[in-house]
Design a protein around this ligand. Sequence first.
Ligand code: 8YV
Length: 330
Amino acid sequence: MSKPAVLVSRALFPEVLERLRRHFEVEDNPEDEVLDAPALRQRLQAKQGLLAAGGERISAELLAACPALRVVANMAVGYNNIDVPACTARGVLVSNTPDVLTETTADFGFALMMAAARRMSEAERYLREGRWTKWRYDLLTGSDVHGATLGILGMGRIGQAIARRGAAGFGMRVLYHNRSRLPPDTEAALGAQYVDKAALLAQADHLVLVLPYSAASHHAIGAAELALMKPTATLTNVARGGIVDDGALAAALRAGRIAAAGLDVFEGEPAVHAELLALPNVVLTPHIASASLRTRRAMADLAADNLIAALTGGVPPTPVNPEVLAAARA
Ligand code: 8YV
């Protein structure tokens, strides 16, 4: 029996490609070209599986043009790049990579928040530009993280991991807002208190965004929300571009309506809003919150596990639309 054909959309660990080749005819992309919609559509012809890097748009239109496709294994926990209802309607299984990246992403979110609060990037630029000629009592003074109020918007796995760092490691008061409130024993274990969104914005010294992107969370932080924040507050986004209105944030940072920001994700990335690039009080990183070598490998392995199981009669470990599996078994 011939092996199923799969596309690995972007460059990937050679060992993971090797494993996939034991099960599949693999078309890979060693040049790591970013595939636009026509290129993706063309390469997906007669492919049963796709290992996607997370940036590819999987639309109803693409699915209609690629009728052989049975599985989309996204190498990301977020899957807002995929029209999941359209996949489900066509019996296409979608999987993501939860859990393996939680602690690594929380580490980075915390680091970005600290970098914004303590003006790390600005300080390094100051030093490298040869401007450090003497000590001064208020040189690059920032705001404390320890003992401050940490606000978390979105309290899933990564939000909870950030809450644990803040409460246990830095003695922070932890407030959160989420679509659904956590059970009381989970709140107690985390030392986190549920508040409404307005209270979160008003009380946080350091606000961290860790919610999934959807139509409902588009511009969850815009001019009106920024206006509720303390002028001394920082805002950190390790979730998705589009949750923050980047233009409104740039205006708020420029006007001193909030003190600083740390951003790993952007509207329209890899393009970055020109005004953000020009501001000193924002730390900018290129969507690398999950990028420890070990975690990226774990994400690739988990995406491969899902693809292999789904196309060889196994049980995919982390399906997003498991109803597709149930329907196939029925
Ligand atoms: C991915 C991420 O690296 O998992 C996610 O949702 O944002 C990152 O870990 C990114 O999505 C790759 O496109």
